[in-house]
Design a protein around this ligand. Structure first.
Ligand SMILES: *Cc1c(COP(=O)(O)O)cnc(C)c1O
Length: 427
């Protein structure tokens, strides 16, 4: 496969000025975020359903529309996660055509951040950085640490001090240098901007952010391909910085433009925790003005109080006829349990947010039962087990003796069932 055929460069969202390719995330003139623009006509002949199907079963099958430097040979099988029909969850919440995009099992570090990091680090190498890093709410830290280790790059990673222990461990194990900051993500991110300049390091979500963000498009490409090259009616997406939700839309638009899918209206629904809901608040109030918040939620991976792409995300959601909702910490835990109990998928707190918001959108009638709806599960529950610490206390309570009578008694106690019910169940 030829990985060096895309022609791309940085472009300012506001003034349209082009900046070639360099580690730069904002327009020096108008301070708006930079995005990657492609010569779509140049890839029309090579970005086809057939060529993609002949590619590897990972995100690199879409390399022609990713910002990959000439000569880059990707070797990590990132992405191409399952899209599963959620019949059981659907039955519970009144959905007939609900799908789960399951990035809880993304390779290599079990969140969708593996997609963005692999694209960012390809460019970090091209730009000559030997040390890379990020400001992270957890999953990004894990992915940068793992992928930097594989590429032989040094990694320095900054996180808020109150991160889940599993996400700390999942960073340190790869040999990364981890710095806990006494502050929230927004403090961490500001500091990283200064460090990137001072030390000349490649921070994937700071000076490499436009390249990083493009990796999220692969979620959109995969959804369309896995639905048999059609677009869904609705997509429910968790929001932290507000990047992923916009990039799924960008992917759909590119597929329509190049004729891989038929055009149709797709509505985007954003999901946040009430304890950090700057984007959903803006959407509900009908504004693009984001009022920064001080995060206070168990959904730490979504705890960005001043989201970089918040204004653009809020504008897009409303503009396409979508909506945004936020749920409490109690609902987040219930969402984690509901997805696990119905579909056998154990997601982290962010997935609890998405699942609960999805259920609410059906309950509100904003999504109707027969529409094709994809709920994006972006991270793995094994990283946030502390969120469930109070949910299964009886397991720790005591062990029973290895006797059938003890087991019988224990089961009755556990289920609160009667003798006759037990007999029926055993029959
Ligand atoms: C980072 C993250 C998100 C949100 O991504 P943005 O592009 O910043 O909005 C969603 N879910 C999980 C699990 C994440 O780690």
């Amino acid at each position: 496969m030829n990985y060096s055929c895309s022609r791309y460069e940085l472009k300012c969202n506001e003034c349209g000025k082009l900046f070639g390719n360099q580690p730069l995330s904002a327009c020096p003139d108008c301070l708006a975020p930079l995005e990657i623009t492609y010569d779509l006509e140049a890839v029309r002949g090579i970005f086809t359903r057939e060529a993609i199907a002949a590619g590897p079963a990972n995100i690199w099958r879409y390399a022609a529309l990713l910002p990959i430097p000439d000569g880059f040979q990707p070797d990590l099988p990132v992405g191409f996660t399952p899209l599963v029909r959620a019949k059981n969850l659907g039955k519970r919440i009144g959905a007939n055509n609900l799908y789960i995009k399951n990035d809880a099992v993304c390779f290599p570090t079990l969140s969708f951040k593996d997609r963005v990091v692999s694209v960012a680090l390809a460019n970090a190498q091209k730009f000559g950085f030997t040390t890379v890093g990020c400001s992270s709410t957890g999953n990004l830290a894990n992915s940068v640490a793992a992928q930097a280790a594989r590429l032989g790059l040094k990694a320095t990673i900054l996180v808020p001090a109150d991160l889940e222990p599993a996400k700390i461990l999942n960073t340190l194990v790869y040999g990364a240098r981890l710095v806990r900051i006494d502050g929230n993500y927004d403090h961490v991110n500001r500091l990283c901007t200064l460090i990137a300049d001072e030390y000349n390091w490649g921070f994937v979500n700071v000076n490499l952010r436009p390249y990083y963000a493009e990796g999220s498009k692969t979620v959109g490409y995969e959804i369309a391909e896995q639905l048999g090259w059609q677009l869904p009616d609705n997509v429910v997406v968790p929001m932290a910085g507000g990047s992923l939700i916009r990039k799924i839309r960008k992917a759909f638009k590119e597929l329509v433009y190049l004729g891989l899918v038929e055009d149709k209206p797709v509505r985007f629904f954003g999901a946040q925790a009430t304890g950090c809901s700057p984007i959903t608040t803006a959407v509900k109030q009908g504004t693009e003005d984001i009022v920064p918040q001080r995060p206070n939620t168990i959904a730490r991976s979504l705890a960005i109080g001043n989201p970089a792409d918040g204004p653009a995300a809020a504008k897009m959601i409303r503009g396409e006829g979508g909506w945004a909702e936020d749920v409490s910490d109690v609902e987040i835990v219930a969402g984690i349990q509901e997805l696990a109990e119905t579909e056998g998928i154990f997601t982290e707190t962010a997935g609890g947010v998405t699942t609960s918001v999805t259920a609410r959108l059906y309950a509100q009638g904003r999504i109707t039962p027969d529409q094709i709806t994809v709920s994006c599960i972006t991270g793995n529950g094994l990283k946030t087990t502390d969120a469930l610490a109070n949910s299964y206390l009886h397991v720790d309570a005591r062990a029973i003796r290895p006797r059938l009578a003890d087991f019988d008694a224990y089961l009755r106690e556990l289920d609160g069932t009667t003798e006759s019910e037990l007999a029926t169940a055993g029959a």
